[in-house]
Design a protein around this ligand. Sequence first.
Ligand code: OXD
Length: 316
Amino acid sequence: MPALKILVINQLAERHLTAIANAAPGSHIVTAELADAQQHVGDADILVGWGHMKLQPLLQQAARLRWIHALSAGVENLLIPEIVTAPILLTNSRGIHGIPMSEHVLAMILAFTRGLTVFARQQQRKEWKRASLEEIHEKTIGIVGLGSIGREIAKRAKALGMEVIATKREQTAELFVDKLYAPDQLNQLLEVADFVVVTLPLTQETKGLFNLALFKNMKPTAYFINVARGAIVNEADLISALQQGLIRGAALDVFDHEPLPDTSPLWEMPNVLITPHIAAISPHYLDRAIKLFCENLIRFSEQKELLNIIDKQKGY
Ligand code: OXD
């Protein structure tokens, strides 16, 4: 195979460049910012970027491009006609998010049950005031869309004595899940879960899935946690559910519009915990992402089937 040109739209450390060079000896690796990528894309065989990037302007000139790899799990902005209809392989980095994201979800749950959301605000006022607190032991966590992230959440939740239930398309044998529901049984999960955690991909099917009708099916004492994509939730309905007391609180890492506009009522709600789309952040993120890319690069060079191929019709 002739030498490959790999354009990476991200800065990489020396160890990452070395790993890529070892995986595809003789390849020409270029790193660039999105704004400067145009000048390098013309003869690139492989493009490595992020699922939120708007690559459309680059693609007109990318005559040789055969493969786009997303360093993220989400590929929502890459499912554009120029990619969907072209014979370009699209892969993502699913499988590397489980550790940081499950730790983040647990932090969110414990922040509510151990009153950290309340005490952090009191600390700013130097206020010494006790509050009634809860345990998560024997509480039910409902994971909506069990995949590799959900599985890590399930494992940790089980270790803390929780009852774990989940929805999943295929009914697989799961080590840490007590009960698995089909996607069309979501309401059964919502009726019993004390914590509803969304880990679904954003697709045409999941867009706006969580609406007022679903929030009405949750327990009024339950917390809603979204670490997937903001557009899976009808944000106005979530706000209304919180205002009406249909649910007890929400921990949100993702939003319909990011950054969350400062006019959003979510900012002011005492029972809402907001993090700025960072659930997957970890000092090990890029090491894991590049390791996965390198595995795929070897497969690509050997003309083997790639890992994590996105079904462009399904969107994940
Ligand atoms: C991702 C994310 O898609 O962290 O990888 O949101």
